[in-house]
Write a protein that binds this ligand. Structure first.
Ligand code: SOE
Length: 389
């Protein structure tokens, strides 16, 4: 079995998610397309780099990502750093003929997103694979929704309503991590989570062509945290701490038009008390409707117009062995998968793409298209008009 030497840059929350996924991949998917070898982990904080080496089982650690890009032994680079370094690292890695999986959003600016898509295009002919980590489209229930749509079970799509609501930044005492700084993150909620539901909407209904938007910042300054570690609201900082301005959005809502003629809406905020990872998508077609909610991620609700008037309504399908990769996760519907299995499915698809020499469905060009929608959302907020993507 082929081996792939893995290097991971950025040992925080996403570094942990990628490592768990690489390590679980052959446990679920056997025979694996290739065996990951945990070569090098990089973090700019020396103690975190060294600690993660031991914790995650890497052979080496470093604090400068260039060591990884310049290492001829490395086949695959996982980019799990804050958004402002995605472009520089990914482009350098691609130029060094490494396969790259990069966390979302692909970049902090539309220019960087384009540069990354261009760099990926340049090495495509050498079978160098890129993936941006839009994992939610790989949830079995979402894949089932796509199957219903493709089979024509809900007819022609009329409307897509999508939301991504979280609460971790609703508390003004949640610290000012990089996610609230435009220079690093590029955008707030729009880049961080609206991008996921843009991806889901486009996966199910095709590309979005135009948007009209509203953007809002609710909490315009936050307490400064020591160190660069992203605490995602899990730690609160007391009210007399030094504060600094927030220059990104807390909420982004927009109406969308799809190339197909369908319409819809997308809303995202990280300031919705009671909503945790509330990704919902409801698709209405001429012959029926579909509804998915990540907080019940092993379920898809479907309603068919053809059912008799006295029986029509949403029914719930529990995903399991009969569904996408269900045969390799757990054996009984209702045993359920979670975030860890989902990231594992994503890494499996990435590694399989490398071995088969074909781009996965969330390659850098697809991620760039999502950034174009975000760019149009910002332009529309400034112009007050519909803007093309
Ligand atoms: C924080 O909002 C976050 O970690 C996002 O950055 C992820 O993309 C999302 O999947 C979970 O929430």
């Amino acid at each position: 079995m082929e081996k792939l030497n893995i290097a991971l840059i950025g040992a925080g929350f996403m570094g942990k998610a990628h490592t768990v996924a690489f390590s679980n991949m052959p446990k679920f998917f056997w025979p694996a397309p290739a065996m990951p070898v945990f070569k090098t982990i990089c973090d700019i904080v020396p103690e975190i780099a060294e600690d993660s080496k031991k914790r995650f089982g890497f052979e080496k650690s470093c604090t400068d990502w260039r060591n990884i890009v310049n290492d001829p032994e490395i086949d695959v680079v996982s980019v799990c750093t804050p958004n402002d370094s995605h472009a520089e690292i990914s482009i350098a890695a691609l130029k060094a003929n490494k396969h790259v999986i990069c966390e979302k959003p692909i970049a902090n600016t539309i220019e960087n997103a384009k540069a990354m898509a261009d760099a990926a295009e340049e090495v495509k002919s050498k079978n160098i694979i890129t993936m941006c980590a839009y994992q939610y489209r790989r949830i079995p229930a979402v894949v089932l929704a796509k199957k219903f749509i493709e089979e024509g079970s809900i007819g022609e799509i009329l409307n897509v309503r999508a939301t991504y609501l979280q609460s971790w930044s609703a508390d003004p005492a949640s610290p000012l991590s990089w996610r609230f700084q435009k220079e690093i993150a590029g955008a707030g909620t729009l880049g961080d989570i609206a991008t996921h539901v843009i991806d889901l909407s486009q996966y199910l209904a095709g590309n979005i062509s135009e948007v009209v938007s509203n953007i809002k910042t609710y909490i315009d300054e936050r307490p400064v945290q020591e160190g660069g570690v992203d605490l995602l609201g899990t730690v609160k900082i007391d009210s007399d701490a030094k504060k600094a301005p927030v220059d990104v959005d807390d909420e982004a809502s927009f109406l969308v038009k799809f190339e197909s003629g369908a319409v819809g809406s997308i809303e995202a905020t990280r300031n919705a008390w009671g909503r945790n990872n509330f990704i919902t998508i409801e698709v209405h077609g001429t012959e029926g409707s579909l509804f998915f909610n990540y907080e019940r991620l092993n379920e898809l609700q479907v309603c068919f117009a053809k059912d008799p008037d006295d029986r029509r309504g949403f029914k719930t399908i529990y995903t399991g062995p009969a569904h996408f990769y269900g045969e390799v996760t757990w054996n009984i519907p209702g045993m359920n998968i979670g975030y860890g299995e989902l990231k594992t499915i994503e890494i499996y698809e990435f590694v399989k793409s490398i071995i088969e020499g074909r781009q996965p469905s969330t390659s850098f060009d697809v991620a760039y298209q999502i950034s174009k929608v975000c760019d149009a959302v910002v332009r529309s907020f400034e112009s007050g008009r519909w803007e093309k993507c």
